[in-house]
Design a protein around this ligand. Structure first.
Ligand code: 8X3
Length: 250
């Protein structure tokens, strides 16, 4: 049984690759950085296949898919994990190229890969798409602008896929993590200002990539007649704040 996991070079993707191989699945790990995937291959051995894939480039996705050896081609589970946040500036100050990159990866790349993988699952009437959304797709926050909007897309895309896939037994789930550490998420968001990134996790017991990997495996391992539509995951340390009210200054 083959599992394809995107964003496999770090964070949730890397942890999920390890966990699924440990649980005797064949895992294709897709990412741009082949050096990271090669290191993972050295660690995980013959049940791991590194696949170079740039989610912002349809040709790269097509080439990668065409390189999958016959034995690995029956993809039972696609984990759409690749995605990123860039910046935390208000919308009127953001770098538009950052917005384009988030949309290209989190929305277009995820949609395109899903579109390429789904037909075979439908023919077999079997398969599972697990999307990695975010609490940012539900709860607005200052600076979340386009990142949160891409994750709201992932949320509704997941639900609409369920509607289209009725009767096929192909499952779709959306996992929505909150504050998770030990990943590159904040380093990428803050353009490798690692000090600023580290502050996000200061004195907080955050959710770990291994926790998310366990949840992905659990969602997948439900009986085939059970579809987990969505799971929202936060550390206990994270909860809700009140709506903000701006008061005119005297
Ligand atoms: C990651 C969680 O709160 O930084 O998607 O947007 S958050």
């Amino acid at each position: 049984m083959t599992v394809l996991i995107t964003g496999a070079s770090a964070g949730f993707g890397e942890a999920a690759c390890k966990l699924f191989v440990q649980n005797d699945y064949r895992v294709i790990g897709a990412a741009r950085r082949m050096n990271k995937l090669s290191a993972l291959k050295d660690e995980l051995g013959e049940n791991f296949l590194p696949l170079q894939m740039d989610m912002t480039d349809k040709n790269s996705i097509n080439n990668a898919l065409s390189e999958i050896p016959e034995k690995w081609q029956e993809i039972e589970l696609l984990v759409n994990n690749a995605g990123l946040a860039l910046g935390l500036e208000p919308a009127y100050k953001c770098n538009f190229a950052d917005w384009e990159q988030m949309i290209a990866t989190n929305v277009l790349g995820l949609s395109y890969l899903t579109r390429q993988i789904l037909p075979k699952m439908v023919v077999k009437k079997r398969g599972h798409i697990i999307n990695i959304g975010s609490i940012a797709g539900t709860y607005p926050y200052p600076g979340g602008n386009v990142y949160g909007a891409t994750k709201a897309f992932v949320k509704q895309f997941s639900r609409n896929l369920r509607a289209d896939l009725a009767g096929t037994r192909v499952r779709v789930s959306n996992i929505e993590p909150g504050l998770c550490g030990d990943t590159e998420f904040s380093n990428v968001r803050f353009k490798w200002d690692n000090e600023k990134a580290a502050q996000v996790y200061e004195n907080v017991e955050f959710v770990k990539p291994e926790d998310i990997a366990e949840i992905i495996l659990w969602v997948f391992r439900q009986p085939e007649y059970v579809n987990i539509n969505s799971i929202e995951v936060m550390p206990v340390a994270q909860s809700y704040a009140a709506l903000s009210i701006y008061r005119e200054q005297d």
